[in-house]
Design a binder for this molecule. Structure first.
Ligand SMILES: Cc1ncc(COP(=O)(O)O)c(C=O)c1O
Length: 394
């Protein structure tokens, strides 16, 4: 990407670059970066409570694990605290080894990232050049489009059909400039999953020059019979498009704050991603925490069963309150509140219940609620009932 550098003083009429709060910089970013809206992080929960004059708020907005990390992960991290003056192992030897054994793949087919989001960045850096095309669905996880914009690539955005990826239209959008197709499966924010038979069919029709990235951030929560055979899909690519699977420790493993995710892919693709990553992208705590969490199967299974119970409870009870819930294969549920979601979000916020309004995703009457602990789910429902009746939505 080009960067134009301007000399001189803007006061004398020389071309100016972007202005930030009235300050003109004499260096400018590429147009594609200038067109990006920066991510606006939410306020820290403590700060929000201080502003609202409340305490004990609950956050059901980011699809995190409400029961916290595995105690084994916490112990492993504690045991390494005195090692943080050293750089971490740049190859993540033990974690890659454990993942490859658990998943039955070769270590050369595993890539780790500072969150799976970082691997999206690697993929785009390695395979998308200015003017190349990338296909994503709308709504879906927003980071795909952002990294493509950074590279000066072109996003082709296909609306969901009946809350699902529209595989027919996605296929039609492919051109000889298409480099990547991103599919979050299950989809965020709808929680829908592609039927394996449809996914296999779709993949068999995609040109060998296009990488299909299947983002399985929420696959742990999905029905087992809805999962596809990762092993055969990353391997047999001589006559089919390459497929990359993204996974994360941020959801079922409860390690969102550590920032660690991984991806499985053909070793040729992995080799390209190693070229674009920085040598120590996975910090020491993330390496040891993820390794211990991976080993704690009992905790993982318990998270899955509790999430399933919570999901069924929430989905049923919001309907009792007169809302519509969409079936979900993830750890969150999309709820149509049959009124303005932003207003409802704000009303619930005042009561210390933080959910996500889906208006930014184009669903003006929907909120997305992460499954919380039993107590949090009940509190959410009490607040929802109260706000629905105050706002006269039901
Ligand atoms: C579909 C999807 N993919 C990826 C991520 C990000 O995962 P990570 O925390 O590993 O970067 C999210 C986070 O919410 C997500 O919803």
């Amino acid at each position: 990407m080009q960067q134009e550098i301007f000399g001189g003083n803007s006061d004398f009429g020389i071309r100016q670059s972007q202005s930030y709060d009235g300050v003109y910089l004499k260096i400018r970013t590429s147009d594609s970066i200038a067109s990006i809206t920066a991510y606006i992080p939410g306020k820290p929960q403590e700060e929000l409570e201080r502003e609202l004059g409340i305490s004990g708020s609950i956050k059901l907005a980011s699809n995190e694990n409400p029961w916290g990390p595995s105690p084994r992960a916490v112990r492993a991290i504690r045991s390494k605290l005195l090692n943080i003056h050293r750089y971490p192992d740049g190859s993540c030897f033990y974690l890659v080894d454990a993942l490859s054994k658990k998943l039955g793949v070769d270590p050369s087919e595993v890539i780790l990232g500072n969150g799976s989001s970082e691997i999206v960045d690697f993929l785009v850096k390695a395979f998308v050049q200015e003017g190349d095309e990338v296909i994503t669905s709308h709504p879906s996880f927003l980071m795909y489009q952002k990294f493509v914009q950074v590279r000066g690539g072109i996003n082709f955005i296909v609306p969901l059909r009946d809350m699902r990826h529209d595989l027919v239209v996605i296929k039609e959008m492919i051109s000889d400039k298409t480099k990547i197709i991103f599919l979050d499966n299950p989809n965020n924010p709808t929680g829908t999953i592609i039927r394996p038979v449809d996914l296999y069919q779709f993949l068999s029709d995609i040109p060998e020059t296009v990488i299909v990235v299947i983002d399985e951030a929420y696959i742990d929560f999905a029905d087992k019979q809805q999962r596809v055979d990762v092993y055969s899909l990353i391997r047999n690519i001589s006559e089919r498009c390459p497929v990359v699977f993204l996974r994360t420790f941020s959801k079922a493993y409860g390690l969102a704050g550590l920032r660690i995710g991984y991806a499985l892919m053909a070793r040729g693709i992995a080799a390209s991603l190693h070229k674009v990553r920085q040598p120590f992208n996975i910090n020491l705590m993330a390496q040891v925490g993820a390794l211990a969490a991976l080993d704690d199967e009992e905790y993982y299974e318990r998270t899955l069963s509790r999430t399933q119970e919570g999901l069924e409870f929430l989905s049923r009870e919001v309907e009792v309150l007169g809302c519509k819930s969409y079936p979900s294969q993830a750890n969150f549920v999309l709820v149509d509140v049959l009124g303005n979601a932003d207003q409802l979000y704000n009303a619930m916020l005042q009561q210390g219940v933080i959910v996500r309004s889906m208006s930014t995703y184009g669903f003006d009457s929907c909120i997305r609620v992460t499954v919380g602990t039993e107590e949090e789910n009940k509190r959410f429902l009490r607040s929802l009932a109260d706000c629905l009746s105050t706002l006269k939505y039901v």
